[in-house]
Write a protein that binds this ligand. Sequence first.
Ligand SMILES: Nc1ncnc2c1ncn2[C@@H]1O[C@H](COP(=O)(O)OP(=O)(O)OP(=O)(O)O)[C@@H](O)[C@H]1O
Length: 283
Amino acid sequence: MTAVLSAHDLHYAYPGEVSALRQLSLDIAPGRKMAILGPNGAGKSTLLLHLNGSLRPDRGEVRLAGQPGVYSRRGLVHWRSRVALVLQDPDDQIFAATVAEDVSFGPLNQGLSEAAAALRVQAALVALGIEDLATRSTHMLSGGQKKRVAIAGAVAMEPEILLLDEPTAGLDREGADQLIALLRRLGQRGMTLVFSTHDIELALALADDVALFQNGTVLVQGEAGALLSDPELLATAGLRPPVLIELWLGATKRGLCPPGTRTPQSADDLLALLSAAPLSVAG
Ligand SMILES: Nc1ncnc2c1ncn2[C@@H]1O[C@H](COP(=O)(O)OP(=O)(O)OP(=O)(O)O)[C@@H](O)[C@H]1O
């Protein structure tokens, strides 16, 4: 399998700073949802900025479908039409006067006609559940609304790969749940998703794959179910398994869950496993 996007031995230091990325290698498989999981300051945002060519590594290489990234103006337009990035702070991303204008920026920049861009805008606003905000001034939005507008702007570009920096930060529970559902739908349509988070529960709920990040490098990457249910491995990154996994591991140890089953990703998954256990053991 060729990675759709990959990083090879990246090194990067901000001007005057100690290094933010070191010896970082990562493979992103097509059509998968990957969590970049790590604590504050680990370098997650810096990595995402490299993955769409916004930052250029001091050493190493980012490859798009196996080809080295091209940093010329034309190369970057092509790169960013395939790999869209949603920044952590929507105020860094939104600059047009109205929501519809802002969301149309990407498609128009891709060379679409006004009419084709308008269709993309409408579809993205519907997908994010914010079609009623189309004509609103971007200055008059709440933080959560701005976040959705920023995501709509990226979705409207119909990228192959969508990078999201802390996508649920600043959203309330309902907003976060809606966003997770949307990202799952985009994943089902074949879009590759890469999101950074320090929230291990979000990684479990959404990711197929996880890259454990610490001090500017990837400690390990692997399938989410296996990685998030390995307490020793997680401890090396200063993390504990998600609560659901701790319950599942404890229940399996006590014979309340059949061994060797798939890692549960939700409370419903765990309840199904518990109800499948033989009554004589469970009782
Ligand atoms: N613009 C910048 N100039 C200088 N140093 C920076 C800049 N942005 C980030 N850094 C430094 O680079 C390192 C990695 O930061 P980065 O924002 O990539 O981490 P992160 O894992 O995304 O953190 P968080 O979860 O807090 O967003 C940190 O030490 C940070 O202080």
